[in-house]
Design a protein around this ligand. Structure first.
Ligand code: BDR
Ligand code: CA
Length: 312
């Protein structure tokens, strides 16, 4: 059974992804670690605890991680997309978890749990890659205890923050370069090209709201986020990016991947924070690129049905 550590910046789609993992008996959710991103670290940490309370998981340790990118501060916080509280204004309605954060913090918690685990751990970063880069810098031996990284991030044909950059890579390009290009842990990258294909519509959201207490709590969290995505999608619906990556981590092989050389642009140019995949037939990695398994397609109805079942 996959043993997951989810590194997250909740965030609405992060909340859906955490709920999926927490409600899936096919995986062991070993820990959740928090990072700056969709909102500041205090709020992402509070939201992670509240979401775990919602799914009745007092047992999962939570480690508080990095409050800012490794090197350069991020220019803007994306509060417009997830609401000022990160959960479309719903956070105040959610109960706090009795068990707070672990005293040791995200990086030490990850390092210890990986070291103590009998089985390799799947690390699932669904926010900026700051904590993961810090883990691999401070505890290089941790790489031996990680069977793979399943990373939500990047874009093959462009970004969502700007023309080039997807949010999680844009929010800490140096960390993304370290993790995606300089390390050699087997990595599956779940880019926005695929997550957009897995968008859910108003009918799916109505079924979620009617599916039971968890769905009824999660559906209103999509409010601000859904309005932002309705403009992008051109219809009433939303995109639960992070849940696509977590589904792959729980059920390896759910996503069809292509092994391609990939890099991250860290230059100060309009392409900063962009991912560049070498999609030429049988391309070999050139310096500054690494072979990464990029998720290209999946059975979309099977994914959206899985989400409805698990969040019911
Ligand atoms: C990613 O950015 C965040 O807004 C989402 O939570 C997701 O992790 C999508 O680009
Ligand atoms: Ca996220």
């Amino acid at each position: 059974m996959p043993r997951l550590i989810i590194d997250t910046d909740p965030g609405i789609d992060d909340a859906f992804a955490l709920a999926l993992a927490a409600r899936s008996p096919e995986c062991d959710l070993v820990a959740v670690t928090t990072v700056h991103g969709n909102v500041g670290l205090d709020l992402t940490t509070r939201n992670a605890l509240k979401v775990l309370k919602l799914v009745d998981r007092e047992d999962v340790p939570v480690g508080r991680g990095a409050a800012r990118p490794l090197v350069y501060p991020t220019a803007v916080e994306k509060t417009a997309v997830h609401g000022g509280d990160g959960l479309s204004g719903q956070a105040a309605l959610l109960a706090d978890r009795e068990r707070g954060v672990e005293p040791e913090g995200a990086v030490a918690l990850m390092a210890r749990l990986i070291r103590e685990s009998d089985e390799p751990v799947t690390l699932v970063p669904i926010g900026p890659l700051t904590n993961v880069a810090a883990l691999l810098a401070a505890h290089p031996e941790a790489a031996d205890g990680i069977d793979r990284l399943v990373v939500m991030g990047g874009g093959l044909t462009g970004g969502n923050v700007n023309a080039a950059a997807e949010f999680n890579v844009w929010a800490d390009p140096e960390a993304a370069y370290r993790v995606l290009v300089e390390e050699d842990i087997p990595t599956t990258l779940v880019p926005i090209d695929l997550t957009y294909q897995c968008a859910v519509d108003a009918d799916w959201l109505a079924r979620l709201a009617a599916a039971g207490p968890l769905g009824a709590a999660l559906e209103p969290m999509t409010g601000v986020y859904r309005a932002a995505y309705a403009k992008i999608l051109g219809y009433d619906g939303t995109v639960i990016h992070d849940a696509v990556a977590v589904a792959e981590a729980i059920f390896p092989g759910t996503l069809k991947t292509k092994r391609v050389p990939l890099t991250v642009d860290t230059a100060f140019s309009p392409r900063r924070g962009g991912t560049l995949a070498d999609l030429r037939l049988n391309a070999e990695p050139t310096p500054g690129f690494r072979l990464v398994n990029v998720a290209m397609e999946t059975d979309v109805p099977a994914f959206t049905d899985l989400m409805l079942r698990r969040l019911s």
